[in-house]
Structure formats: structure tokens, C-alpha cells
Design a protein around this ligand. Structure first.
Ligand code: AMP
Length: 176
């Protein structure tokens, strides 16, 4: 799991066997704690989509919120959360998706995204791609267009890209 050399990789900490045995958790808290690394992360994701009309940035609970909100601010776009079930207070659209063992659910407020809006989806890590693909389905069900995805980290060996249908993906650190 060597990262394609990127200076930001110095700020990501590997935590073995978290949250369960066999998983190496990519801990971004050192990156968030360093002003220059955090600023560079936000600037580079925003830069990758500069000049494209983006009306809304979607952040996926929970670490995606931390990245998506400042990207939205930089674009002058709105921010919308996609959350685990039961957290959003108003009427929701929900999407169930398969995990390696079992399934999970994500929700978005049904009135959060307008038909025709151009949306960027942001999260901290692209792993198997199930989470990002489910989020794209929610956005498209509401009639909006997914312009692309932005991630700090891509675990390329898990082939998440294949679930995202050839759409544009920006990831700053890739582990092959
Ligand atoms: P996936 O649906 O498999 O692409 O998983 C992506 C989601 O799970 C993201 O919201 C990540 O925050 C989280 N995630 C998956 N694998 C890891 C990992 N190795 N380290 C940190 N977060 C992870």
C-alpha cells in the first residue's frame, strides 16, 4: 500500500486493525490539524474543478463534512450533508447499498438538491466505492447532475472507481 508520492501523505496516519481486524484505517486527523496541509487539501480539490459551474457540494457523513464544507465555501456553492439513517430531521430520500458483509443506508433531505443542479460529491476516502456510488444515486434521483467526486485518499487496490461509472474523480493521495 505505497502512496503515489504526494507530500500530503506525510500527514495521514495508518492505524492497523481499526475499526476491525484486517482493516488499515487511514487517519486524516494529523492532516486536519496542520493548517498548511488542510488548506492545501481544500485548495487542490477546489482547483481541480475550477471554472466548472458547481451549484452544490455534497459531504458524506462524517469526515466528508469536514472537507466538503470548505470546498463549498471556496466555490461559492451550497453545502448539503448526506447522512446515516435517522439523523436528518425533514423528509428524506434513502439509498441502501451492499457492503462486504451486510448493507448500509444513506439519506439526503428530499428538498436539498434541485433538479438540474450540478453537484460535486466529496469524502475523505474512496475505498470500495459503495458509499460514493450510493450518494451519486441519491443526487441523481433528485434530478441533479453529478459533475464529479473529490477525495483526499483513494485506496486504488479496492477498485472503487469501477463503481463510479467513469465519472470524473479527483483523489490527492493514491495507495496502489
Ligand atoms: P467505501 O464505500 O468502501 O468506498 O468506503 C468509503 C467510506 O468508508 C468513506 O466514508 C470512508 O470514510 C470510510 N473508509 C473506508 N475505508 C477506510 C479506511 N481504510 N480508512 C478510513 N476510512 C475508510
Amino acid at each position: 500500500m505505497e502512496p503515489v508520492l504526494d507530500p500530503l501523505a506525510d500527514y495521514v496516519r495508518d492505524i492497523p486493525d481499526f475499526p476491525q481486524p484486517g482493516v488499515t484505517f487511514k487517519d486524516i486527523t494529523p492532516l486536519l490539524a496542520d493548517h498548511a496541509a488542510f488548506a492545501s487539501t481544500i485548495d487542490r480539490i477546489a482547483e481541480a474543478y475550477r471554472g466548472r459551474p458547481i451549484h452544490r457540494v455534497i459531504g458524506i457523513e462524517a469526515r466528508g463534512f469536514i472537507v466538503a464544507a470548505p470546498v463549498a465555501y471556496k466555490f461559492g456553492a451550497g453545502f448539503t450533508p448526506v447522512r446515516k439513517p435517522g439523523k436528518l430531521p425533514s423528509a428524506v430520500e434513502r439509498e441502501e447499498y451492499l457492503l462486504e458483509y451486510g448493507s448500509d443506508i444513506l439519506e439526503i433531505h428530499a428538498d436539498a438538491v434541485a433538479p438540474g443542479e450540478r453537484v460535486l460529491i466529496v469524502d475523505d476516502v474512496l475505498a470500495t466505492g459503495g458509499t460514493a456510488a450510493a450518494t451519486a444515486r441519491l443526487v441523481e434521483r433528485l434530478g441533479a447532475e453529478v459533475v464529479g467526486f473529490g477525495f483526499i485518499i483513494e485506496l486504488a487496490f479496492l477498485k472503487g472507481r469501477e463503481k463510479l461509472d467513469g465519472r470524473e474523480i479527483v483523489s490527492l493521495i493514491t495507495y496502489e
